[in-house]
Design a protein around this ligand. Structure first.
Ligand code: NAP
Ligand code: SF4
Length: 674
């Protein structure tokens, strides 16, 4: 008996039997491009195959050089390429899994001066103007796709996925926005559809009737002059007739100004369009985007909205996701919180992807938590992300760990984050840590404030006492209207109708969202606020409906740079858009003068003014909390006093620009070395 009978049911795709309906969607990890990284990539995939994933899909491999994602990007072009991929396919097969190669042509998204597209219209997210391909070159590109697919089969891949969404070349061929041709590859919707249909037909002719060809179809382009639903449905019918075995789904081009996968997107937001596609085709359809739990995945399949569920980032966070679900241990899953901080933000900055919650992701061969025979005792002081990762990882290695927490709950700064609208998933991390501490046998002592002498019997002491919000030092900082973000988010104080937020870092932006969020927002309102239509409109877009003004909020900083510029590359733009649409007044270059009963007095560009606010929330960064550490170093205990066996991590170590990614990675790496 299982809680997930539909999700765990096998499914046939051509000549391939998948052991379940869980697909690990394509992610570019940064390990795809050079063969010397292939052993690491193989280890990354093999760990997910051992974890029970039904089908793994690789990051995109270019079908030719014009289709590179960036200079010297991974490609599947020659027999030598195919041979080199054997290390990957063999590792996955040895681990009992199945793997598909994604074939891609980046088109005008290619971050390379050699990029090429349906037209020479430059994309807003790359600096390179694409070469406009001739009709003959487009024909040859279809052949290149077919050859890549055949080479993938030779390399031992069990299937291929043709990347037809997210605004890459195929998607560009399909949309008027980027295809202004008047030859046989453009001019009408029918001619624009020719390219992907030719790709599938030619590939099918090469690989025979049974090799699974998955096509990732764009269900909503979410850009002006994108496709209409009528065109997308017709494309799907033609692709099925051409030989597609299964459809995977994609939402939104990379240049779309509607968020599609970040944490503020409601879970399952895109399922209505997947369900609609299922009504159009008879081959299996996979749902994707903002799905992160086995319960949700089960429901999607059980209710017939899709036949399979594709999740990508959840497998960075937890390689064992499927096994845990299958073994009745779903409460042990480390749930992806859709923050993008260590995965997509890394990829778009040309760094190897990983996971904020699981720093071992893509570093499986480097960050190894080897079991230890050492009989050491470890005290961890502080149960925020740094202390939790150190305690759990040390216990996983077999060390005897005691975790001391002065407060009445674990989670540290995550407890504040989970109060932010759209960051509810952060609660899942607290659930995961709570359960994991139990499973690995950490002795957790809540409500226990320790001093140095309490720790003298431990062989190793890890101090992870975290941070406290920085106090204001301006005149009137002790005025009753001044509150800390911690007091606000923990519900100890309630903000008035007019609020000033001092400090516009990650926390200040979060607090501004918290203060202006419409608590009654439903999924329909979310679509309306972002201008998402039904799909029948061109590009699936309609005019945005204004957000209601909930409060008068000022978000302030002393720097003169635009507010929110330091936020994540793939999510910051969406946070900034919500602030603007919610009427948050953002003021940079501020000098804070004083606070009194009239409000917050400040000077901007030499002009003094007063913001007549009821509440002033201080989000001015953090200071490390180090009392215990300082006591340990000052202790007369010769071992502790010399710092031997004492380790300082997380915000208590460096508070400046502290984030959970650094804290968790530091805790895990320390535990690996104890
Ligand atoms: P932060 O990023 O350091 O921002 C605090 C801001 O307060 C500074 O940018 C500074 O801006 C201002 N400030 C500093 N000292 C001040 C003083 N004495 N008086 C008045 N203003 C002062 O800190 P945070 O916002 O607390 O965030 C902490 C960490 O968590 C950061 O790394 C952040 O990226 C991360 N985080 C990220 C997210 C996310 O969405 N990715 C969300 C929450 C937190 P000025 O000097 O310009 O005034
Ligand atoms: Fe998910 Fe964040 Fe990890 Fe990326 S970094 S996989 S979004 S939890």
């Amino acid at each position: 008996m299982t809680d997930y009978p539909h999700l765990l049911e096998p499914i046939q795709l051509g000549d391939l039997t998948l052991r379940n309906r869980v697909v690990m969607g394509s992610m570019h990890t940064g390990l795809e491009d050079h063969t010397w990284h292939f052993p690491r990539l193989a280890a990354f995939f093999a760990e997910r195959a051992r974890g029970g994933v039904g089908l793994i899909i690789t990051g995109g491999y270019a079908v030719n050089r014009r289709g590179w994602l960036k200079p010297f990007a991974g490609e599947m072009r020659t027999r030598l390429d195919a041979m080199r991929h054997r290390v990957i396919t063999d590792a996955v097969h040895d681990a009992g899994g199945a793997i598909a190669l994604q074939v891609i042509h980046a088109g005008r998204y290619g971050y390379s001066p050699f990029n090429a597209g349906a037209s020479d219209i430059k994309s807003p997210i790359t600096p390179f103007k694409p070469k406009r391909l001739s009709a003959k070159e487009i024909d040859a590109t279809a052949d290149d796709f077919a050859r890549s697919i055949e080479l993938a089969r030779k390399a031992g891949y069990d299937a291929v996925e043709v990347m037809g969404s997210e605004g890459y070349f195929i998607n560009q061929m399909l949309a008027r926005r980027t295809n202004d041709r008047t030859d046989e590859w453009g001019g009408s919707a029918e001619k624009r559809m020719r390219f992907p249909v030719e790709v599938v037909k030619r590939a099918r002719a090469q690989v025979g009737p049974d090799f699974p060809i998955i096509y990732r179809i764009s269900l909503l382009d979410l850009v002006e002059d994108g496709q209409t639903w009528e065109e997308i449905a017709e494309l799907a019918r033609r692709l099925e007739a051409a030989g597609v075995t299964m459809f995977n789904t994609g939402i939104g081009w990379h240049e779309a100004r509607v968020p599609t996968i970040i944490t503020q997107v409601p879970q399952g937001a895109w399922l209505p369009w997947t369900e609609r596609l299922k009504g159009v085709v008879s081959v299996p359809v996979a749902a994707s985007n903002r799905i992160n739990s086995p319960g949700q995945a089960e429901e999607i399949i059980a209710t017939g909205k899709a036949d399979l569920v594709s999740m990508a980032r959840p497998f960075l966070a937890d390689a064992e996701f499927v096994n845990k679900a299958a073994e009745g241990r779903a409460d042990e899953i480390n749930t992806c919180i859709a923050c993008n901080q260590a995965c997509l933000d890394h990829t778009f900055r040309n760094r190897t992807a990983s996971c904020l919650l699981n720093p071992r992701a893509c570093h499986e061969t480097q960050l190894v938590l080897t079991p230890t025979r050492r009989k050491a005792t470890v005290a961890v002081v502080g149960a925020g992300p740094a202390g939790l990762s150190a305690a759990i990882s040390a216990a996983e290695r077999g060390l005897a760990v005691t975790l001391f927490e002065a407060g009445d709950a674990i989670g540290g700064q995550f407890r504040h984050a989970m109060e932010i609208p759209g960051k509810e998933d952060f609660r899942e991390s607290v659930r995961y840590w709570t359960r994991r501490l139990e499973v690995v046998g950490v002795d957790v002592r809540l409500n226990t404030r320790v001093v140095a002498t309490d720790l003298s019997s431990y062989d190793e002491v890890v101090v992870a006492t975290g941070v406290q919000g920085r106090d204001l030092t301006i005149p009137g900082a002790d005025h009753p209207s001044v509150v800390s973000y911690a007091d606000l988010l923990s519900g100890r104080v309630t903000a008035g109708e007019r609020v000033a937020v001092i400090g516009a870092g990650g926390v200040g932006v979060d607090v501004a969202h918290y203060l202006t969020h419409d608590a009654g927002e439903k999924i329909g309102d979310w679509y309306a606020h972002w201008g998402v239509g039904t799909g029948d409109e061109v590009g699936g877009l309609v005019a945005k409906t204004p957000r209601p003004t909930v409060r008068e909020v000022y978000l302030l900083q002393r720097k003169t740079t635009p507010i929110g510029i330091g936020l994540g590359k793939t999510s910051g733009w969406a946070h900034r858009a919500v602030l603007k649409d919610s009427g948050v007044q953002q003021i940079s270059g501020v000098r804070y003068d004083r606070i009194d009963d009239a409000g917050l007095h400040l000077t901007v560009d030499g002009v003094s003014r007063v913001l007549a606010v009821d509440t002033i929330v201080v989000c001015a960064g953090q200071e490390p909390v180090r009392e215990v550490y300082d006591e340990l170093l000052a202790s007369t205990d010769t071992r502790m006093g010399s710092g031997h066996g004492v380790h300082l991590i997380g915000g208590a170590d460096v508070a400046a620009e502290l984030d959970a990614k650094r804290a968790i990675a530091q805790g895990t790496k320390l535990a690996a070395a104890l």
